[in-house]
Design a binder for this molecule. Structure first.
Ligand code: VGL
Ligand code: ZN
Length: 204
């Protein structure tokens, strides 16, 4: 059984937001069309407490997009974004959220960032999604949303490790692209065995 996984289509990742993905909102009409085609819809929501460790503002002398070493490896520092309860953390108002059956929030532990929908960045702390998918008999996840080179990529890599068939809908994702991270992400996902599709193929 298949499901649609909608990653982080939140105001802060759209133009005008704190961590805007260029043209991030341009995928929304396509995502809304895809929603009509799926029976199971899963959404993710980046959901950070104030003062989160992934924010540059939490580290003296650091600027957004600097990288630091933390216990679990290297961590990019971001502008403050998707702070719990703020408008920036809300889903974009044009996204149809009515059919979403589960919303996985991530990044709510102050000391750990979480890009993937399966594991936080320590690669150990789970979100519970594997259990949810297994109990519902879902084998195939069609992934759309923001950002291709961070939360989408990590969700796909971890999903494959967790035994799911992960598909990326090429025309329904957009990337941030920090120092070539977008090309690198596509390469990593392909090497890992992601299935690449597009909305035309799914909707035909
Ligand atoms: C994301 C950076 C920080 C994403 C979330 O949704 O790709 N990127 N937090
Ligand atoms: Zn975040």
């Amino acid at each position: 059984m298949k499901a649609l996984l909608i990653v982080d289509i939140q105001n802060d990742f759209c133009p005008g937001g704190a961590l805007a993905v260029p043209d991030g909102d341009a995928i929304i009409p396509t995502v809304n069309q895809l929603i009509e085609h799926f029976d199971v819809i899963i959404q993710t929501q980046d959901w950070h407490p104030e003062g989160h460790s992934s924010f540059a503002s939490s580290h003296e002398g650091k600027e957004p997009y600097n990288t630091i070493e933390v216990e679990y490896g290297s961590q990019v520092l971001w502008p403050d974004h998707c702070v719990q309860g703020t408008n920036g953390a809300e889903f974009h108002s044009e996204l149809n959220t009515l059919k979403s059956q589960v919303i996985i929030r991530k990044g709510f532990r102050k000391a750990i960032d979480s890009y993937s929908t399966f594991f936080e960045n320590d690669q150990e702390t789970t979100t519970g999604l594997t259990g949810y998918l297994q109990q519902r008999g879902i084998t195939d996840l069609y992934t759309v949303g923001l950002a291709t080179d961070f939360c989408v990529k990590w969700s796909i890599l971890d999903g494959i490790d967790e035994g799911f068939t992960m598909h990326i809908v090429e025309d329904a994702v957009k990337g941030i692209d920090l120092n070539g991270s977008l090309d690198a992400a596509w390469k990593e996902m392909k090497e890992k065995g992601v299935r690449i599709t597009d909305s035309e193929e799914i909707l035909k």
